[in-house]
Each structure stands twice: as C-alpha cells, then as structure tokens.
Design a protein around this ligand. Sequence first.
Ligand SMILES: *Cc1c(COP(=O)(O)O)cnc(C)c1O
Length: 445
Amino acid sequence: MDLPHMMGLALLGGTPVRSHPFAPRRTMGTAERDAAMAVLDSGVLSAFIGGPGPYFLGGPRVRAFEGAWADLFGYDHAVSVNSWTSGLMTCIGAAGIEPGDEVICTPTTMSASATSILFYGGVPVFADIEPDGFCLDPAKVEALVTPRTRAIMVAHLFGGAADLDALVAIARRHGLVLIEDAAQAPGTTLHGRLVGAWHGLGGFSLNYHKHIHTGEGGMIVTNDPVLAERCQLIRNHGENVLESHGLEDPANLIGGNYRLTELQAAIGLAQLDRLAPIVAQRQALAARLTQGLAGVPGLTPAWVRPDSQHSWYCYPIRYDEGATGVPRQRFIEAVCAELPPPASSDDVALTGGYVRPLYLNPVYQKRRALGSRGFPFDQAAGSVSYEPGLCPVAERTWRSDLMLSALIRDPLTPDDIDDLVRAIHKVSDRIAELRDTVCPTPVAA
Ligand SMILES: *Cc1c(COP(=O)(O)O)cnc(C)c1O
C-alpha cells in the first residue's frame, strides 16, 4: 500500500517509480566473437596496401562487409572507413568541394557534419531546421543557395528521415550534390526506400553508440561509380595510384589512411544480422512510448514524417515550458529522480537539448579553423553569417524545446517503457508541487 509520503515526487523526498537498474546494452555475441577469433587466428588484422594492386581495396573481410552492406541497403557501392567523421570528410572531398565553395548544412547535428566541410576549405552555411522533424528545413535551404553553393549536407537526426523529396528537388534544380549524414539512421526509410544516398552520397557511423558498431568505423554508400572510386582513393593514399587508375586530375584525390581493419569488418559483418531486429525492437518501444505520452500537458511525442519509418537512435519529445510552468531542466531532474541512476549514457531517461547549434561554437564565432589567418572563412565570396539568432528554431530547440530519451534501445522491454511513462505521468500529475519549488528567475538589474 502506498503511504501518502511515498506518493510524492522522488525529487522532493518521495519514493521513486523504479529503483532497479535497466538492463545494460549488450552489443556483442558469439557470432562477433567467432568472427573476431578467426581474424586473430589468421594473423592478418588488416590487408590494405596504400599503392597499386589488389589490396588497394582492402582484404577479404573488408570487401565482404562492403558487399553485404551495399546489398542490404540497396546501393550499388559501399566504401568502409575507420570512422564516419573520416567518411564525411571523404564525401566532401569526393564531391569536389573546393576552397570557397559553400555547403549548406544543419546547425543541429554532430559537429563533424560541418567540420568535414572546413577540412576541404569549404564554407558551412547553416540553414534552420524544421520544428517537428529537427532536420534541415528545405525552404530555408533554398533561400541560401548562391552561385558558390556546391552541396547540401543533411542529417537524418535521431533516426528520423529528413525531407528528402524537397531536398533532392532543390539539389537537382541547382546542380548540387546532396550528402546524407545518416549516422543515426541505419534502417530509416522514406516511401519504403532506405535513406543514405538519394542524390549523391552519404553514409553511416559504426561507433559504439550507434545502432550497430565496430567500435569505431563508418560506411559510405552511393550509386555513382565515379564517386565510389573517388572515395576509395581518398580513403587510402589515392595519390599513389592515380596513373594505375587512369586518372589525370589529382585534385582532391590525395588521401588519408581512413581504412577499416579486417577485425572490424568481420565484427561488422556479424553485426549486420542484428540491424533489422534492433530497428524493429526500437520501433515497437517507440510506438509504446508515443502512446504513453499522449495527452501529457506540455509534452509532444516524437513526430514521424508521413510515409517514413523512423529508426530511433533516440526518442525526441518536444517540451513546452509555457504549458507546464516549469523549466525544462527542472522537469527532467524530476523525471530522472523517479528512475534508477544511469549506469551509462545508454540509460539516460531524459536529457535536454542535444547539441548547441554548431555556428555558436568558437570555430564559427571566431572564424578560426585551419591555421590562424581566417581560412577557409576568408574564401567565401560574400558574407556568411554565424550571428546568434541565425537559426531561431535550432536555438529554441536547444535552449528549451527538446528533450531526448536514450531508453529506446535494445534490450529494453515494454515494461521498461511503461516505467518511463509512469515517471513522466507522475511528474506531470504533480507539476504544481514542482512549480512551488522553482526559484523565480532573478530580474536582471
Ligand atoms: C556519430 C555521428 C557522427 C560521427 O560518427 P563517428 O563514427 O563517431 O565519427 C556524425 N554525424 C552524426 C549525426 C552522428 O550521430
């Protein structure tokens, strides 16, 4: 029987909704272990050679992993890389971005989406996001196209599909490459087709936090054989093989070492079998959470683009402080207090914001990225703005509107989601108690 004091908010001394921890995420099984052991037994942990010959494209497992990925995702080519950050840089290089070229990108994403542009001397031009989907707003993108625009970099944030119909149309109209940062969206579909490279190229992250992983790693996809070859060159010291590839123009084809190892590829191959069940499980959990959040004042459950399938890297909730009368952070603290303390970032029941809009970072505010003389910002033809207030929706999302839950992951169960829902309802039902304890904002002197 619940005693009255137990019914109070845990944040204010009551009994929490749940105290036993959530089951930890377990990502590796016997398939991965066996695959890794076979590579260890072979002794050849990587077979790449940075020069002409059959191993320019890597060893057998790297190629098998790429082939399996291309088949599963329905793209003609897949090129593995040692991280998706390397992959983004490779895509920018392969797309032919030159110093002074403008690339329109989103401020609400992981920083590498934009820094990859800087590494080729390109100038990131930030367009605002859609309030519901958190991805690039096509109308804002088109308004920023200039004669110097060469590409659009879109991120399918949190696993939700960006408005690819409109973005592809804009790219076609203006002759731009569309690069898709689908790091958080393996398995996301729009009109039944997997996102990744609808008009150019794009790809996925394989770092530990993503749906499936190889520790670190990434995978580029494209249907364009020329772009695929350019990516292979940039990945592996392309400067050494230009003649043997019959290429006359080395521009942007100097390479790095962005190679995935055989060990990672073997593990990745085993991980691929897990992707569909992981996405299906997350979709089921998300549907339950969406249902559970219906009608909670001030909270809007995740929006899913019509005719698309979300893959739920995490679960976004829109928060309306005006409706609850409680600052977002206070609400989050109250919900988290009802649940077990997180053992890792995988267990964080609610967090506020996601990243600060990228243009507010010192790199853009001080216009210092490569060297100290203003490159590449000084290459821009006109003035590119990074002023605070540039993307009001992105700023509002970060400051006040967005909450994220990580509890949408495998191997959690509907019961776990029900505990999260119970915690949110409890806080919402007792929001007045929370309001009473909120310190009034001091009036500015
Ligand atoms: C994870 C992530 C990246 C970077 O991927 P790494 O493999 O960690 O380099 C880039 N963009 C987005 C949207 C991401 O979530």
